[in-house]
Structures are given as structure tokens and as C-alpha cells.
Design a protein around this ligand. Structure first.
Ligand code: CA
Ligand code: CA
Length: 382
């Protein structure tokens, strides 16, 4: 019914991991508090939310959405009409139908989503401006609350598209559907045996599915101490860094930690920067972390491992994959030669020449019509 997606931007609406029909959810309820935001760049940040997934919607920073003459602070903080002395702060002409980025602080959190709703906004992204809790409030519009650690990355992104998901249900609102060109899984995996998966076509015409990779992970061993303050800072305590070069032509990069390769009882996290810009982060409650870059800009990156909760010192192995555009000869792809609207086709993958104990990553790239989704990622652990 509702869906989360990645986006292959920069154009509006180029949804990347769609179902054949995506619903636009106006409101909904359910019972859990984990949410995430996926930027059009493919970057996903975890936060808290009680909202159901939305489709891609334009994103606007509140600071660019104020009424002429409104107090800039009231605009940035998304004051409702009543809190702002009876005058609205946000401009409906700028906000209608969009997701609004609001700063935490001053007025209560739910007043900010009320302000967004008053102006006709479709959702809110609430950003902490300093280290603070993230809260799953009942908001007036679908909302996700994010940590200050991702604030710069989100602010840098504003202007693209946004979606969020929580993996739960209970949609009870009107929906809007729009057709998409291809429904394909975001990722498939195997221990070396063949993989068959289905795709559903939303167009009629030629179709190809091409292998990229597989490439073996680069592994880097390290150790990190506990951060007593539990607040990630690139220069702070309990942080170790690894420089990474992303070459031109890289279609995908992934940085992973696995519990099995981290000291027991540790909770460590990952942050990825390009220069001084945070571009991906993964901060779950264990040491299973995964930060992904889709079509990353070539350049120098830094991966930080943060010792969020570590009994003394934790050792770990950082797994890195950098995938180009070409096949490596170890994955064969079979696919229908033509797409027919509404039809389902089977993609078949077989593998050869892999080294047991090595973690591989590749992808299946789709071609045939404009607007096809991002490649399906293939993970193989023979
Ligand atoms: Ca963690
Ligand atoms: Ca700690």
C-alpha cells in the first residue's frame, strides 16, 4: 500500500526502488517509533517517527518558506499562528504539498507540525540543532525527527526529494497512485547459489539487465575506544577514521560492520564524510551497520567508526565495496528481452569463480526506457 524508495535524481520523481504503484499517504497511525529518511541522493538517516511512508515529495527548508515580513526565527522554528501572536509564519504558497524542514527549539515540537499543516504542508522533518533526544511524537502531519549529527547533510540536500518509512501499516487515508516503469528489489543475496527474482514492468518495450561486479570487499581491521559522551564528533573521543578514495565511474559504495566481526557486547556506529560534509551514517543499536552511497561523487571520503557503547576497547573489521559499471565475469544475468506493461519477468543470476569466505557485492543494472530504478544490489557470501 505504501512504499519507501530511493531516488536516482537529480530530476523530480525519478524514483529508484519503486513498486509498480506507489501510494501517496496523507496520514496514518501505528504503534512504533522507528523511522528513517531517504534523501534523493540515496542516503538514509535513521530517526524516530509515528508516520507511515510517504511517496517522494518536494522538500523545502522552513528558512526559505517564510511569509514576507515574518520573524526569521519564527519561520525557522515553524511557529504556528497562535504561537506567533496570531499571525502565520510559513507561506502557504511555498509550503503547500511539500515536506518542511523545521528546527527544534522554543515552541513545542508538535506546534511545528501544526504550523506546517496550517500552511498546507504534507510533512515535516524535525532537526535537532544540538545534541538532544529524538522523539516519536504524534504530529499534525507525517514527521520524522532526526539527530543534530545529520543536520548538515539534510540541510545541504534540501531542494531534492524525500521519503520516509517505518515498515509498518495502518494506512487509513486517501491515496494517490502513479505508474512507475519497473518494480525491482533493492537488494538480493545468496551464499553462492543461483538467485531468481521477479520484476514487474510498467512500460512496453525493449529491456536489458546487465551485471556490474561482483567485487570483493576490502577489509580493514581497527579498534575503537568508548565515547563517554555518546555524541559523535569527527574530532571527538572514541572515534577512529579511515580515508577512502572514490574513483570516477563508481556506481555504488558500501561500508559495513558486522556483529560477527566486532568485539562482543559493543555498539559501534558508522559515519561517512566527503570532505567536511556528512553523506551517510548508520547508527543502529548493535554493531551491524551499513552506509551506502549511490552514484557517489568522485573524491576523497573519510569513514569514521564511533565507539558509542564499548566496554573498554572494541576491535572491528570494516568492509568496503566500491562498485564500478562493468562486469567482473563472475556473475551471469538472464532476463526477458522485452518489457510488457503489467507483466512480471524473472531475472536469473548465477555465480562462478568466487572465493569462499569472501564477501562480494555487485548489481544488476536496468535499461530500456527512461526513468528505470537504480540497479538491484547483489550481495554474495560464498
Ligand atoms: Ca551501532
Ligand atoms: Ca559510550
Amino acid at each position: 500500500m505504501s512504499a519507501a524508495a530511493g531516488n536516482s535524481g537529480p530530476a523530480s520523481g525519478t524514483v529508484a526502488h519503486p513498486s509498480p504503484w506507489i501510494t501517496t499517504v496523507a496520514a496514518g497511525t501505528h504503534d512504533r517509533g522507528e523511522g528513517s529518511v531517504t534523501l534523493g541522493s540515496g542516503t538514509t538517516f535513521s530517526g524516530t517517527s509515528l508516520a507511515t511512508a510517504t511517496a517522494f515529495l518536494p522538500l523545502i527548508d522552513a528558512t526559505a518558506a517564510g511569509l514576507t515580513g515574518a520573524d526569521p526565527a519564527a519561520v525557522a522554528l515553524c511557529y504556528s499562528t497562535s504561537v506567533n501572536g496570531g499571525k502565520p509564519a510559513l507561506d502557504p504558497a511555498k509550503v503547500a504539498g511539500k515536506i518542511v524542514v523545521c528546527d527544534r527549539g522554543s515552541n513545542v515540537r508538535v506546534d511545528k507540525s501544526l504550523a506546517v499543516r496550517e500552511a498546507g504542508g504534507a510533512g515535516m522533518l524535525l532537526l535537532n540543532v544540538t545534541p538532544n533526544s529524538v522523539n516519536a511524537d504524534f504530529h499534525y502531519v507525517p514527521a520524522v525527527h532526526l539527530s543534530d549529527t545529520v543536520r548538515d547533510a539534510v540541510k545541504a540536500y534540501v531542494g531534492g526529494q524525500l521519503t520516509w518509512t517505518d515498515g509498518v501499516h495502518s494506512v487509513r487515508s486517501p491515496v494517490v497512485v502513479r505508474p512507475l516503469s519497473l518494480a525491482a528489489p533493492a537488494q538480493v543475496s545468496s551464499t553462492g547459489g543461483p538467485i531468481n527474482y521477479n520484476v514487474t514492468f510498467g512500460y512496453t518495450g525493449g529491456f536489458t539487465a546487465s551485471p556490474r561486479g561482483l567485487v570483493a570487499a576490502t577489509t580493514t581491521d581497527g579498534s575503537v575506544t568508548d565515547d563517554p559522551g555518546d555524541a559523535f564528533n569527527p574530532m571527538g573521543p572514541g572515534v577512529v577514521s579511515f580515508p577512502v578514495t572514490i574513483d570516477p565511474g563508481t556506481s555504488y559504495a558500501r561500508f559495513s560492520l558486522f556483529n560477527a566481526n566486532v568485539s562482543p557486547a559493543s555498539d559501534i556506529d558508522l559515519y561517512v564524510y566527503r570532505g567536511t560534509t556528512l553523506v551517510a551514517a548508520s547508527g543502529g543499536g548493535t554493531s551491524n551497520e551499513e552506509a551506502n552511497l549511490v552514484d557517489p561523487i568522485a573524491g576523497n571520503y573519510t569513514v569514521y567508526v564511533h565507539g558509542f557503547a564499548v566496554p573498554g576497547t572494541a576491535t572491528f573489521t570494516l568492509f568496503t565495496w566500491r562498485l564500478g559499471m562493468t562486469a567482473a565475469g563472475n556473475m551471469a544475468v538472464t532476463a526477458p528481452a522485452a518489457a510488457v506493461t503489467g507483466a512480471t519477468g524473472t531475472i536469473g543470476l548465477t555465480f562462478s569463480g568466487l572465493t569462499p569466505g569472501t564477501k562480494y557485492l555487485g548489481s544488476v543494472a536496468y535499461d530500456g526506457v527512461a526513468g528505470l530504478p537504480n540497479p538491484t544490489i547483489v550481495r554474495v557470501d560464498p
